[in-house]
Design a protein around this ligand. Structure first.
Ligand SMILES: [Zn+2]
Length: 211
């Protein structure tokens, strides 16, 4: 398993740092339980690990990752909704003070959404999943109809963060916590071509966080 060798070596370094050199980190997390600063909803993309990007330590962030960091609309139908379950657990039980939806550059899920019927490829699970972000695609197709696909994808990656933030407010317990001032919703965008992290403003513009 040569592919996994570096990962296993990485675990040995992690173990040395976190269980031998600084055992108090996990001892405290075991004794007191977790109290993360934020729920981060990020893409599964291997280049956008929120713990790496934020240099987080264990216990700092509660993370759910899915294709294209999508928050689906609130649907209470008794079926299996993984992302919604993570939102519920972190807000109702862990009472996180922040939720961060983190989009990113070169997102394959957003590209599949933007290609849509223009692509010969069919995505059995991805297409229905990404349909939750159609409002973002529609905005970009309307406002930037003449732009090339790369540019449209980049705009959609950013617009989709806004749609996910709107969908979050459709969860009654999220809305209640936001309105009570216990919870803040944040939109971030990680551009790994520029090495920059951006924060979404109320007007939909993005401001760099590197300074
Ligand atoms: Zn992605």
């Amino acid at each position: 398993m040569p592919e996994l060798d570096t990962l296993i070596q990485g675990f040995r370094r992690f173990r040395q740092q976190h269980f031998i050199e600084r055992p108090e980190i996990y001892q405290q997390l075991v004794a007191q339980g977790q109290s993360p600063k934020a729920l981060v909803i990020a893409c599964s993309d291997s280049r956008v690990d929120p713990a790496l990007i934020t240099d987080a330590t264990p216990g700092d962030i509660f993370v759910v990752r899915n294709v294209a960091n999508v928050v689906p609309p609130f649907v209470d139908d008794g079926k299996t909704h993984g992302t919604s379950a993570a939102i519920e657990f972190s807000v109702k039980h862990l009472q996180v003070p922040h939720i961060i939806v983190m989009g990113h550059s070169k997102c394959g899920g957003i590209r599949a959404l933007m290609e849509g019927s223009h692509s010969n490829r069919t995505h059995g699970f991805i297409d229905p999943w990404m349909s939750a972000m159609k409002p973002a695609r529609d905005i970009v197709k309307q406002e930037s109809a003449d732009a090339d696909l790369d540019s449209q994808c980049q705009q959609c990656e950013r617009a989709a963060v806004g749609v996910s933030l709107e969908n979050l407010m459709g969860f009654p317990f999220v809305r209640e916590a936001v309105e009570a001032g216990r919870l803040i919703l944040n939109g971030w965008y990680f551009d790994f071509e520029q090495g920059e992290l951006f924060e979404r403003q109320v007007d939909g513009a993005y401001k760099p966080l590197s300074e």
